[in-house]
Design a protein around this ligand. Structure first.
Ligand code: FE2
Length: 292
C-alpha cells in the first residue's frame, strides 16, 4: 500500500496492482484475480480512513483483471462497475466467464505453490462478472469531490482494453496496454489483439503528460522513468515483431517459434500464469505479425 499522488494510492502485492482514486468518493481501478483481490481485501480492512468506493473499473476483461470482481463487489456492493463495451459483451457470455475462472483457479494453484499466497482462495462458485456501464474514448467520470477521470480506448493488447487518465494528478492508468515488465531488463510485448493498434495506443498514451504510470502488474514508473519506459516498451514491441518476421522468413516452424518466444518473454510474474494460456498468447503474437 503506497501513496502515489494527492488522490491515488496503490494496493495489492505488486503482482496485481489495485488503484484507489479519491480520498472521499473513490474509484477502484483494476479487479485482479481472486487471489489478488483477497490480498486487497486484507489491506482494505487495515486502511484508515476509508474512502467510499462508488465505482469499480475493469480496464480489460482478461482473467487476471476481472475474476477478483465478486470479492470486490462483496466489499462494495453499491459500486457501479465500468468497463469498455467490448468487455461488457465478453463478460456477458457464460462460456467466456467459465474459461476466465478456470485460468484463475490454475493461477491460484501456482501462486500457492510458489508461496505468493498462503491460502488458496475459494474458486468453487462462479460469481457475477458484469459491467454495469460501458465507457470509452473521451468519456469522463466526475466524482463529487471535483476529481474527473477521462477514459481512453487502448486497444492492441485486447479489443476490450481501455486506459484512464487523472489529469489533476497526471496519473495514467494503463492496465496491460503498455506491456509487461517481466524482469529488470525485459519488457514482454503483449500485442495479443493487433500490432499496429498496440503501437498506436502506446504513442497515444505517451502523449499525455504523466508523473505516474499505473500498470496492472509490477513496478510503477514515475517521473523521468516514464519516458524511458515508453521508449523501452515501444522498442521491445518492434524487436519482437522483427524477431518473429525474421524467423518466419527463415522458415522456422511455428511451434518452435512459439516456444522460443515463450522462453524469452514468459518470466518473472508471467511465469505464474497458466502455461497453456501463455503459450497460446505466443501464437497470437506470431499471428499478428504474419497477418501484416
Ligand atoms: Fe491482459
Amino acid at each position: 500500500m503506497k501513496r502515489l499522488s494527492d488522490n491515488v494510492i496503490v494496493m495489492g502485492n505488486g503482482y496485481f496492482n489495485f488503484y484507489l482514486l479519491g480520498n472521499e468518493d473513490a474509484v477502484l481501478l483494476e479487479c485482479g484475480t481472486r487471489a489478488g483481490a483477497a490480498i486487497f481485501k486484507q489491506q482494505w480492512q487495515e486502511l484508515e480512513p476509508k474512502p467510499v468506493v462508488k465505482h469499480i473499473v475493469i480496464l480489460h476483461s482478461h482473467f487476471d483483471h476481472a475474476c477478483g470482481l465478486p470479492i470486490l463487489k462483496e466489499l462494495f456492493p453499491d459500486a457501479e462497475v465500468l468497463g469498455s463495451a467490448a468487455a461488457q459483451k465478453f463478460l456477458s457470455k457464460e462460456k467466456i466467464v467459465k474459461d476466465l475462472y478456470r485460468n484463475d483457479a490454475i493461477a491460484s494453484e501456482l501462486y500457492l505453490k510458489h508461496g505468493l499466497i498462503q491460502e488458496k482462495p475459494d474458486t468453487s462458485e462462479l460469481g457475477f462478472l458484469g459491467v454495469d456501464r460501458a465507457v470509452g474514448e473521451g468519456d469522463i467520470l466526475e466524482l463529487a469531490s471535483g476529481l474527473s477521470l477521462k477514459f481512453l480506448d487502448a486497444q492492441g493488447h485486447s479489443a476490450c482494453s481501455i486506459a484512464a487518465y487523472l489529469e489533476s494528478d497526471q496519473v495514467m492508468f494503463v492496465s496491460d496496454a503498455t506491456g509487461y515488465r517481466s524482469s529488470k531488463d525485459t519488457i514482454s510485448p503483449v500485442f495479443f489483439q493487433d500490432y499496429d493498434l498496440y503501437i498506436s495506443t502506446l504513442n497515444k498514451l505517451k502523449s499525455y503528460p504523466s508523473t505516474v504510470l499505473g500498470v496492472a502488474h509490477g513496478d510503477i514508473s514515475t517521473g523521468d522513468e516514464i519516458k524511458e519506459f515508453y521508449q523501452s516498451t515501444l522498442q521491445a514491441a518492434e524487436d519482437c515483431y522483427a524477431l518473429i518476421k525474421t524467423h518466419l522468413n527463415e522458415g522456422m516452424d511455428e511451434n518452435e517459434l512459439a516456444r522460443l518466444l515463450f522462453d524469452r518473454y514468459i518470466k518473472g510474474g508471467l511465469a505464474y500464469y497458466p502455461e497453456e494460456m501463455m503459450l497460446g498468447s505466443m501464437y497470437l503474437l506470431i499471428k499478428n505479425v504474419k497477418g501484416k
